[in-house]
Each structure stands twice: as structure tokens, then as C-alpha cells.
Ligand binder design. Structure first.
Ligand SMILES: [Cu+2]
Length: 572
């Protein structure tokens, strides 16, 4: 049964809202924003480089003293990003949502006005450390109460790290209906470019309200065989076409594809962001190699590849060198491969209904005819999208963090087994060590901690790290044959090892291990990470975004710890 507000609400908007991303009007980004340059010189970050400054030390990052302010209104609406009329939840009527842009060291302030008809909301700023501002992490039930309808909440936090990230609704699974957008923090880089083409938002896409998708997740397993929701389409910068014969919903043909402009001989920066509900994504440009310069918010030594793999929440900045034919047009491709419920050898890593297992965007050089679609062919063999080998990030030693950090033995080691199954009432939930997270919208655990609580109900899954300075976490995934994006709030993770089966104790690049804020754990595989506990707060850790959880924090969400880092919580 649709809930009443879905029938009552809804300004009708035609095509993809008011975002310019992926259109010919999309502006190229400057190398940095106007503003203070505290160190003098050309850049707001002075002579800091990716390798000479510890970004995890607030005393070392640029003190620009400037605040970038944003004012958003969140509403229910209806849009048709791929031509199919879909219930949406958006900020400022835009999908993809408004871009936040700042320089390294700036403060960011966002007032969020909740004008949803009948739903709370909150916004998470993915990848930000929130040092000293843990209450602005945006996770309802953990760091705040939901913002009630008709009220507003102002987030204020510092751009301690630089690069490309995204913001998204973190109240239940609202972001699946469009409540997400890109964030660009200008800073130094390990390789330079000529033209910054800005964010490339990549996602799977569902033509249903998020609550209906969640219902399907819970109840499918109770009433019969597990048949979770299948993605209907894929979008690049919020755009794709859809074959209208495949849906009984209101549908307009040829809704339109995203376009990008290349210039001959120039180096183009693309800021890739996977904002999917569930999909492991494969990104390529026909006939081109890409130079990868970041993994999430971590600058890495540049490396070349012909395809980038991104789990949900992961980002990569890539530089693509333009060719010399000014009339060329080529396809940019997003693929997720076949749906992940088939037989081994023909099955993929993600779930889709088979109608659209990929999306394309058009890249035109300066003299190319925009009315003619590219004719290029993919250089990526479809075997590279298959389970199980494709359902993993690239090898850990491929990306070496530019700012070197070695690790020492941890003070605490935790071991978790990840699984999924039906709970006592038959609902499908994810488990860590056979426990699942349940939050209370009226009682966020950070608030409890600030007023002095040391004890939490078991189902809050709070692991108090006391005064420990570091923790190693060993995870095993068992049972369901799927990979899971594991994400830590408030910290970057040292990724020590990942693979199939059991960990043999070996650490990859021990003197400077891979570092990022999301890492895929393979189907039936292991993942070993380590955190420096230098950031007091209540941090949501290691939830599965896959399938049922979909980043939801209600009774299906799955949370390892909201670890209280050592030290004293900052006072509100
Ligand atoms: Cu996050």
C-alpha cells in the first residue's frame, strides 16, 4: 500500500530537475575557488603537496578561515531522469543534487530545510573526518535525530581532506530516490590536468519509492525465495534512456544522455563517484587509458588503467589525455554486467532486471557533430564483469598513497563474521557476529555518550575503544555470494589485506598500506583494516550497503561499531 503522502505530495517536474551536470551548460571547474591564500603564493594551500603534509593533523592543513555557505530545501517530487516517472527526494529540486565546492582547509556550512511531507531527513558528508564536529556527521540515530518535517538544521564542518566525494541522505534509504550530490574540495594533486570536467556521478537506478524497495527486501525472504529488488537502469550524471516498452509506468522515450566535451591534446580530469544503492560499477572510455590519481579522499601515485572499478561510495579522480582528431566522438561507458543471481560463469556482481546493465554518455571533441552518436566500440571484454573475480577492488598494491604512513601493531584487534539471514519475524537482515544494528531516532548514541553514558543496549552495537590508539578489524564474509562495500566514518582506513577465503596474516605494502574510506570485501572473502583512533566521537563503521541495508539505518541496517575513539568528546 502506498503511504498517503506519496499520493498527496508532489510537484511534477519533467526531466532531470535543474542540475546542469552532464549537459553542454555544465561549467568546467577552476583549479581552486577564490578566497584567502594564507601561505601566499599561487594556491590557497600554499606550498603544501600531496606528500609533504599530514592531512590527518588539523594543525598542518591550510587555515583559510573562510566558510562556504549553502542553503538547501529537501522535498518530495517526481522526476524522470531516464524518461520513467519516478518518486524522488531531492535538494533544491536538483538531481543529481547541488554540488558543494570548497578549497582545502575551508569550512562548509549547509542549512538543510526539511520540507518533506511526512518523513525526517539527515545528510551525511561522506569521507569528511569531522574532527571536533562529530554531531555534524549526519547519521540519524547515531549522531543526530532526524531533521523533522518543517524544521531545519545547519551543518558546519571543515574540509580537512581534499579531492572528490559526495553527500547523501543518511536517514533510512532516501538517497536511493535522488538525495545525493557531488562535493569537490580543491587541493594539491599527484598529477596535473588542463581541463576539470567536474563530477561524473555513476549509479544504478530504481523506478520505485525507497520504502517500497525496503519492503521488498524485508518481505521477499519471509514470503518466499529471496528476490530482492533489481535495479531498473544505470545513470551517468543523472541521465540515461529507457526502453518504454519495458515498463507500465509513465515513460518518455529518449530522455537523453549526458555529454562531455574533450579538447584535442588536453588532459581532462573526471571525478568519478559511485552513488549507487548496490552496484559494483565498471567505468571506461572506448579506446582510452585513464591515469588514476586518487582513491576516495587519498591522493595516490598516478597509475594507468583501461577500466576503473568502484564499489558503492568509492571515488576515483582520473586524467584522460585527449587524442588529436577534433571531430572524434566516443562513448563513455558504465557497466555492471549481468545480474548476480545466475549460474557461475554467466553471473555478475550486482542485481539488475536485465533491461539495462549499463549506461553510456557521449564525449565530443571540439569539432565533432553533436547530432551524431559516437560509433566507438568498447575495449573491455564482458568477461571482466563476471562473478566472482570482478566483484572486488583492484589489487591493493596498485595504488600507493602519496602521503606515506606506516602502521604499527594495533592495541586492539576485533574479529567479525558478516552474514545475512532471516530474523525471528522472518525479515531479511544482515549480521555481524550474528548481531544486527537497531537505532532509535529519538535517542542518537552520540548524544547519550556526550551526557556520559558508558552502557548501551546490545542492539546499538557500540564498541567502546576507550583509550586505545589503534584498532585492527578482521572481517570475514560468509554465506551470501556478494561483495560488500565496507565504509568507515570519521577516519580513513589502512587497508592491510583482502582476498578470498582466510587471511594468511600477510600485510600488503606494510610500510605504506593502501588507504581509503570504502573498501569492497569479496564474496566469501576477508578484509583486514586498521584505524588510528585519533578522532573522539561516535562513528558509524562498517555497514553493508548491499541489498537490504542500502545504507539504511532503520531496523535493517547493519553496523559494527560506533566506536568511541580515545580521548574526550568535544563539547557541543
Ligand atoms: Cu560516509
Amino acid at each position: 500500500m502506498p503511504s498517503p503522502y506519496r499520493l498527496l505530495c508532489g510537484l511534477i517536474h519533467a526531466f532531470p530537475g535543474e542540475s546542469k551536470l552532464g549537459t553542454d551548460d555544465s561549467a568546467e571547474l577552476n583549479r581552486f575557488l577564490d578566497g584567502p591564500k594564507p601561505g601566499g603564493g599561487v594556491y590557497p594551500w600554499g606550498d603544501r603537496s600531496t606528500s609533504n603534509t599530514n592531512p590527518y593533523n588539523p594543525g598542518e592543513i591550510p587555515n583559510t578561515g573562510i566558510t562556504r555557505q549553502y542553503d538547501w530545501t529537501v522535498t518530495n517530487t517526481t522526476m524522470s531522469p531516464d524518461g520513467v516517472k519516478t518518486p524522488m527526494i531531492v535538494a533544491n529540486n536538483q538531481f543529481p543534487g547541488p554540488m558543494i565546492e570548497a578549497n582545502w582547509g575551508d569550512w562548509i556550512e549547509v542549512t538543510v530545510r526539511n520540507e518533506l511531507e511526512n518523513d525526517g531527513t539527515s545528510i551525511h558528508w561522506h569521507g569528511f573526518l569531522q574532527t571536533g564536529t562529530p554531531w555534524y556527521d549526519g547519521v540519524s540515530t547515531v549522531t543526530q535525530c532526524p531533521i523533522a518535517p518543517g524544521t531545519s538544521f545547519t551543518y558546519r564542518f571543515r574540509a580537512e581532506l581534499f579531492g572528490t566525494t559526495w553527500w547523501h541522505g543518511h536517514h533510512s534509504s532516501q538517497y536511493l530516490n535522488g538525495l545525493s550530490g557531488p562535493m569537490v574540495i580543491h587541493g594539491p594533486a599527484t598529477s596535473e590536468w588542463d581541463i576539470d570536467l567536474g563530477p561524473v556521478m555513476l549509479t544504478d537506478w530504481f523506478h520505485a519509492h525507497y520504502e517500497d524497495l525496503l519492503d521488498q527486501v524485508y518481505h521477499s525472504s519471509r514470503d518466499g525465495p529471496i528476490l530482492p529488488p533489481m535495479a531498473n537502469n544505470m545513470l551517468i550524471n543523472g541521465k540515461a534512456n529507457y526502453p518504454c516498452s519495458k515498463t507500465d509506468k509513465e515513460c518518455t522515450k529518449n530522455a537523453g544522455l549526458s555529454t562531455f566535451k574533450f579538447k584535442t591534446g588536453k588532459k581532462h580530469l573526471l571525478r568519478l563517484i559511485n552513488h549507487s544503492a548496490e552496484a559494483v560499477l565498471f567505468f571506461s572510455i572506448d579506446g582510452y587509458n585513464m591515469t588514476v590519481i586518487t582513491h576516495d579522499f587519498v591522493a595516490v601515485e598516478p597509475y594507468r588503467t583501461d577500466m576503473v572499478t568502484l564499489g558503492v561510495g568509492q571515488r576515483a579522480e582520473v586524467i584522460v589525455k585527449g587524442g588529436d582528431d577534433a571531430t572524434e566522438a566516443v562513448w563513455m561507458r558504465l557497466e555492471e554486467g549481468p545480474s548476480g543471481l545466475g549460474d557461475e560463469g554467466t553471473t555478475g556482481c550486482s542485481l539488475n532486471d536485465g533491461v539495462a546493465t549499463g549506461a553510456r554518455a557521449m564525449i565530443f571533441y571540439e569539432d565533432a557533430d553533436h547530432s551524431v552518436k559516437p560509433k566507438s566500440k568498447s575495449h573491455v571484454d564482458a568477461s571482466r564483469f563476471l562473478y566472482p573475480s570482478a566483484c572486488a577492488n583492484d589489487a591493493l598494491d596498485i595504488a600507493v598513497p602519496s602521503y606515506k604512513m606506516n602502521i604499527s601493531d594495533p592495541e586492539v584487534t576485533l574479529d567479525f563474521t558478516l552474514s545475512g539471514g532471516n530474523n525471528a519475524t522472518g525479515e531479511f537482515v544482515w549480521y555481524m557476529n550474528n548481531e544486527t544494528f537497531m537505532g532509535d531516532f529519538n535517542d542518537p548514541v552520540l548524544l547519550d555518550a556526550v551526557v556520559g553514558a558508558n552502557e548501551f543496549p546490545d542492539e546499538r552495537r557500540v564498541f567502546n575503544m576507550g583509550n586505545a590508539k589503534s584498532v585492527r578489524i578482521i572481517m570475514h564474509s560468509v554465506g551470501l555470494p556478494a561483495s560488500h562495500p565496507m565504509h568507515a566514518h570519521g577516519h580513513n582506513m589502512h587497508v592491510l589485506a583482502e582476498g578470498n577465503g582466510e587471511w594468511d596474516g600477510e600485510i600488503v605494502n606494510e610500510s605504506n598500506p593502501a588507504r581509503r574510506d570504502v573498501q569492497l570485501i569479496r564474496p566469501n572473502g576477508y578484509l583486514v583494516i586498521q584505524l588510528e583512533l585519533d578522532n573522539p566521537g561516535m562513528w558509524r563503521k562498517f555497514y553493508l550497503i548491499l541489498l537490504s541495508s542500502r545504507n539504511s539505518i532503520t531496523d535493517i541496517s547493519f553496523q559494527l561499531s560506533t566506536a568511541t575513539s580515545h580521548g574526550t568528546l568535544p563539547k557541543a
